[in-house]
Design a binder for this molecule. Structure first.
Ligand code: NOJ
Length: 824
C-alpha cells in the first residue's frame, strides 16, 4: 500500500532534493580519449550515491560545435558521440533511478547553434517563409534597441549580419547562437516534440535555459514578456497532461519579483533559481553582517505551495553580478577579484574555494548557508572537495576543468596523454590535484568531502529545510544570522556566525519556552529555553542547527495533561477505576519516557502488579511495579514510584521537572500534581533515610528491603541533599550528599540482577579496586524467596562522561575509520 505521504513526496520530490550539477565531459573519461563520457559517469554513480545527493543535473550533452560548451545545440535528438549514444544514456537513466537519483537535463530552447539544420535551412529559405521564420530576422539592426547585451565582453550587439540570408538575425548570447522565433507556431511544436522525446526516455526534469528571453516585442526590454509566460503555461500543461512527477526548472536570472513570476500560479515552472541571493551570501560573509541575506529574502515574494527555489553558491558560469546594485557590484569586484583576469562579462569566474581564500571554515559556513536557506541546494561538481580554478583558460573554462579523482596521472580523470585532455587539470600550487582529490579525501574523515557527506545526509533527515517556512530572528548582534525553519511540527533553529571572530548572541526564543534545543550534528542537548533571552556563544564562522524539541513526554502545555479528582489517594487504585488509571494515565506516560525500552511494541495491557505505599496522608506516595503485556514477545516489569505534590502556586509548579508530571491530581478538593516519585525530593530523601536505617517494610506479604553492605557503609546525619543526574538512559540516577550514587532500575525482573551481582562480587569477594564500590540496594523480597532489585547504591566516581556516550563516540570513530578504508 502506498500512503498519501509517499505520493506527496514523489510528486514534490524536487522540494526535498539535493542537486549535483556536472558536465559529462568533465566527470570521468572511461575510454582514454581525454574527454569524459556516459560510461565514465555510470562508473562514478556510486560516488554520487555515497555523497548523498538525490538528483543529477547534466549540462548539455547534445551534438554541438561546442563554442558555448554545448549550449549551442546542433541536434536535439541525440548525444554528442564523444560522450556516448542513446543506448548508454538509457542505461544511465536506469542506473541512476535504481539508486533513487533523478536526472535533470538541459532544454535549451531560446537559441540553437548556427550549425543546426534549422538555421542552415532558414538562412537559405525565402524571407517571410515558415522555415525562414524559425529564427528572428531584421533588415534593421536598431530594432529592439532597448534590449541589454548579456555577453558584454564579446558581443557588441544582439544582431549579427548573415551574408547568406542577407539579413540580420537576433541573438541574446553569442553571435553563433541565433534565437529561435517563438512567434512561429512550428517552433513551439518542435519544442513540445523534443520534450516528449526525452521525458519518454525517463528524464525527470528540464532546466529551461535562458527562459526569460523567448519572445521579442518592440519598446520593451524583451525579457519576462507576457507571451513568454503564456508559452510556459502551455508547456507545463502539456507536461502535466502526458507525464507524472516531472520537473521544470527555470533559469531566470532576475530580481526576486520577476523571478517569482516564473512560478505563475503554480502553473508554470516548478522551480526557479534564486539568483539574487547567491552574491548576497558572499557579501554577508565578507561584510560580516547578515543584512544582505535578510534583506533579499524579505524582498522575495512568497511562492505557490507546490513551487521551490533552487539555490546555489557556484555553477558552470561566472559568479554573476547582474542582480546586484552598482555599489554592491563594485564591492564584490573589489573583495572577490584579486586578479583582474578573473572578471568576465558582469561577473567573476571563480570556483567556490578560491573565492573563499581556500578557508575551510568559510567554505563550511557558505555551504551551511546553502543547506539552511529556503530552497533546494545545487552543488557544483568538484566544490565538494574544494577544487580550484584556472581563469587563464579563457571564457568560463577555468571552472570547467576535469574532476579530480586521485593523485594519479590527469587527476585520475583520464588515461589519455595529458596534452589530449579537453582542458588541463588544475596544478595551481594551492589546489593541485595531487592534494585535492576524491581519493585522498575519502581516506580522511576530517576532509571537506566527509563534512559535505555529513551535512547532506543530516539535512535529508529534516523536511523543514526543503519545505519549511523561514522566520528571521533579530538579535542585537548583526554578525549572527539567526532564523527558524518550521515545517508541520518540526522546528529548526539555524545560527550562523558570519564573522571571523567569536561572538556571543542573545536570542529571544520565548515562543519556544519549555523546548529543549538539541544540536543536530552532535545530538547534544542544550539547556532548556526559558522565558529569558537565550545566550549562545559561537566560534569564528561557527554555525548551529538546533532541533527545538518539546521535552520527552511533553505533550503540549501543562494544561493538556489529564486531570484527576479523587477524595483519597487510594481511590486511584480502587478496583472500579484502576484499569482506567493504568491504561489512560500510566501507560501513555511511561510510553513517552526515555527509559521505556519497548516503544516499538504494541502494548496489550498494563497492570499494577505491586503497590507499596510509602507516604502519609499529607504526602501520599506509592511505589508501583507494572506488568506490561505485549502483542508479541515476553512480558516485562517496569517500576514507577508515584508521588503527589500539593501546590497550586505557579512558581512552585514551575520548579517541578516537566518530564515527571503525569497528571493534575486533586485529592479531597486540594489541588496538586501526580509525578514520578524520584523527582520528588521528599520521596527521594525518604529512600535514603530508609537505607541508613536498613529498614524493612512489609507489604501484602512481600517485603521492601533497604540493605547496605554493613551498618556503617552508608552514613546519614543531618540533612539529606539529593540530586537527579541529567544523563538518563534506561535507568535514573540520584546522587545523595555528593557521596552516594543510587541507580534506580526502571526495567526490573524478579530474578538475579547481573549488574548488582557483579558489582557486589567485585567489591566484596574479589576486592577489585577498579569498580565503584557496592554500598547497598533496595529490593522487594517475595513470598516465594525471589527478589526484585529496584535500586543499587555505589560510591560515586568523578568521571568525564558515561559509558553510553563513550561507546557511541568510539563506534562513531570506528565507523568513520572503516568507511574511509579503500574499498576491496
Ligand atoms: C545560460 C548558461 O548557463 C550559459 O552557460 C550559457 O552560455 C548561456 N545560457 C547561453 O546558452
Amino acid at each position: 500500500m502506498i500512503d498519501k505521504q509517499e505520493i506527496e513526496d514523489n510528486v514534490h520530490w524536487y522540494k526535498d532534493a539535493i542537486i549535483y550539477e556536472l558536465h559529462i565531459k568533465a566527470f570521468y573519461d572511461s575510454n582514454g580519449d581525454g574527454v569524459g563520457d556516459f560510461q565514465g559517469l555510470l562508473e562514478k554513480l556510486d560516488y554520487l550515491e555515497d555523497l548523498g545527493v538525490t538528483a543529477i543535473w547534466l549540462l548539455p550533452f547534445y551534438p554541438s560545435p561546442l563554442r558555448d560548451d554545448g549550449y549551442d545545440i546542433a541536434d536535439y535528438y541525440s548525444i554528442n558521440p564523444t560522450y556516448g549514444d542513446i543506448k548508454i544514456f538509457r542505461q544511465f537513466i536506469k542506473e541512476a533511478h535504481r539508486r533513487n537519483l533523478r536526472v535533470i537535463t538541459e532544454l535549451v530552447i531560446n537559441h540553437t547553434s548556427d550549425q543546426h539544420p534549422w538555421f542552415q535551412r532558414a538562412r537559405r529559405a525565402k524571407p517571410g517563409s515558415n522555415y525562414r521564420n524559425y529564427y528572428v530576422w531584421s533588415d534593421d539592426p536598431n530594432k529592439y534597441k532597448d534590449v541589454r547585451i548579456i555577453f558584454t565582453d564579446t558581443e557588441p550587439s544582439n544582431w549579427s549580419w548573415d551574408p547568406v540570408a542577407k539579413s540580420y538575425y537576433w541573438h541574446r548570447f553569442f553571435s553563433h547562437q541565433p534565437d529561435l522565433n517563438f512567434d512561429n507556431p512550428s517552433v513551439q511544436k518542435e519544442i513540445f516534440k523534443i520534450m516528449d522525446f526525452w521525458l519518454k526516455m525517463g528524464v525527470d526534469g528540464f532546466r529551461l535555459d535562458a527562459v526569460p528571453y523567448l519572445f521579442e516585442r518592440e519598446n520593451t526590454n524583451c525579457e519576462n514578456l507576457p507571451e513568454t509566460h503564456q508559452f510556459l503555461k502551455n508547456l507545463r500543461a502539456h507536461v502535466d497532461q502526458k507525464f507524472d512527477n516531472k520537473l521544470l526548472l527555470a533559469e531566470a536570472n532576475m530580481w526576486p519579483e520577476d523571478s517569482a513570476a516564473y512560478f505563475g500560479d503554480g502553473d508554470e515552472c516548478h522551480m526557479n533559481y534564486h539568483f539574487p541571493i547567491m552574491p548576497r551570501m558572499f557579501m554577508a560573509v565578507k561584510m560580516e553582517d547578515r543584512y544582505p541575506i535578510t534583506d533579499i529574502i524579505d524582498q522575495t515574494p512568497s511562492i505557490p505551495e507546490s513551487c521551490q527555489w533552487a539555490i546555489f553558491l557556484r555553477n558552470h558560469d561566472e559568479l554573476t553580478l547582474e542582480m546586484v546594485t552598482d555599489e554592491e557590484r563594485d564591492y564584490m569586484y573589489k573583495m572577490y577579484t584579486k586578479d583582474l583576469q578573473a572578471k568576465i562579462n558582469v561577473g567573476i569566474r571563480h570556483r567556490l574555494a578560491p573565492l573563499l581564500d581556500n578557508s575551510r571554515s568559510k567554505i563550511e559556513l557558505m555551504n551551511f548557508l546553502l543547506f539552511s536557506l529556503p530552497g533546494t541546494p545545487v552543488i557544483y561538481y568538484g566544490d565538494e572537495i574544494g577544487m580550484g580554478d584556472n581563469f587563464y583558460l579563457g571564457d568560463r573554462d577555468g571552472v570547467r576543468t576535469p574532476m579530480q579523482w586521485s593523485a594519479n596521472k590527469n587527476a585520475g580523470f583520464s588515461e589519455a596523454n595529458p596534452q589530449k585532455l579537453y582542458l588541463p587539470v588544475i596544478i595551481d600550487p594551492g589546489y593541485r590535484y595531487e592534494s585535492i582529490n576524491v581519493e585522498s579525501q575519502q581516506g580522511n574523515p576530517s576532509s571537506l568531502l566527509w563534512w559535505m557527506k555529513r551535512i547532506i545526509n543530516t539535512r535529508k533527515q529534516f523536511k523543514a529545510f526543503g519545505r519549511g517556512d523561514i522566520h528571521f530572528l533579530a538579535p542585537a548582534n548583526a554578525k549572527v544570522l539567526a532564523f527558524t525553519r518550521v515545517y508541520e511540527k518540526q522546528v529548526i533553529l539555524v545560527l550562523a556566525n558570519l564573522s571571523r571572530f567569536s561572538q556571543a548572541v542573545e536570542i529571544e526564543l520565548t515562543e519556544f519556552e519549555g523546548f529543549a534545543p538539541v544540536e543536530i550534528f552532535s545530538q547534544n542537548k542544550f539547556p532548556k529555553i526559558t522565558g529569558k533571552p537565550y545566550l549562545f556563544t559561537m566560534g569564528p564562522h561557527g554555525y548551529y542547527w538546533f532541533l527545538l524539541e518539546k521535552e520527552e513526554g511533553y505533550q503540549g502545555s501543562r494544561d493538556a495533561l489529564p486531570q484527576i479528582k479523587v477524595d483519597r489517594w487510594e481511590e486511584l487504585f480502587a478496583a472500579q477505576t484502576v484499569a482506567r488509571f493504568e491504561q489512560k494515565i500510566l501507560q501513555p506516560y511511561i510510553r513517552a519516557c526515555r527509559w521505556f525500552g519497548s516503544k516499538a511494541k504494541v502494548i496489550k495491557s498494563v497492570k499494577i502488579k505491586e503497590n507499596i505505599s510509602l507516604g502519609d496522608k499529607e504526602r501520599p506516595a506509592s511505589w508501583l511495579i507494572l506488568d506490561f503485556q505485549y502483542n508479541e514477545g515476553l512480558a516485562e516489569l517496569y517500576q514507577l514510584p508515584l508521588a503527589w505534590v500539593k501546590t497550586t502556586d505557579e512558581e512552585s509548579v514551575k520548579l517541578i521537572n516537566r518530564k515527571s508530571m503525569i497528571a493534575k491530581l486533586s485529592i479531597g478538593g486540594e489541588e496538586g500534581w501526580l509525578i514520578d516519585g524520584v523527582f520528588d525530593e521528599h520521596f527521594r530523601n525518604k529512600l535514603f533515610n530508609h537505607l541508613v536505617k536498613r529498614q524493612k517494610i512489609k507489604t501484602n506479604g512481600d517485603q521492601l528491603v533497604f540493605h547496605t553492605a554493613s551498618r556503617s557503609a552508608l552514613k546519614g546525619e543531618g540533612e539529606v541533599n539529593s540530586k537527579i543526574l541529567s544523563a538518563e538512559q534506561s535507568n535514573t540516577s540520584v546522587i545523595y550528599n555528593g557521596t552516594y550514587f543510587m541507580k534506580l532500575y526502571r526495567k526490573v525482573d524478579n530474578t538475579i540482577n547481573p549488574d548488582l551481582e557483579i558489582t557486589r562480587f567485585l567489591t566484596e569477594k574479589a576486592q577489585f579496586s577498579s569498580v565503584p564500590n557496592f554500598i547497598g540496594d533496595i529490593s522487594l523480597q517475595h513470598k516465594d524467596q525471589t527478589r526484585t532489585i529496584l535500586a543499587m547504591v555505589q560510591e560515586p566516581v568523578p568521571n568525564p562522561g558515561d559509558a553510553w556516550e563513550y561507546t557511541k563516540d568510539e563506534l562513531q570513530h570506528y565507523f568513520e575509520r572503516v568507511l574511509t578504508l579503500p574499498k576491496v
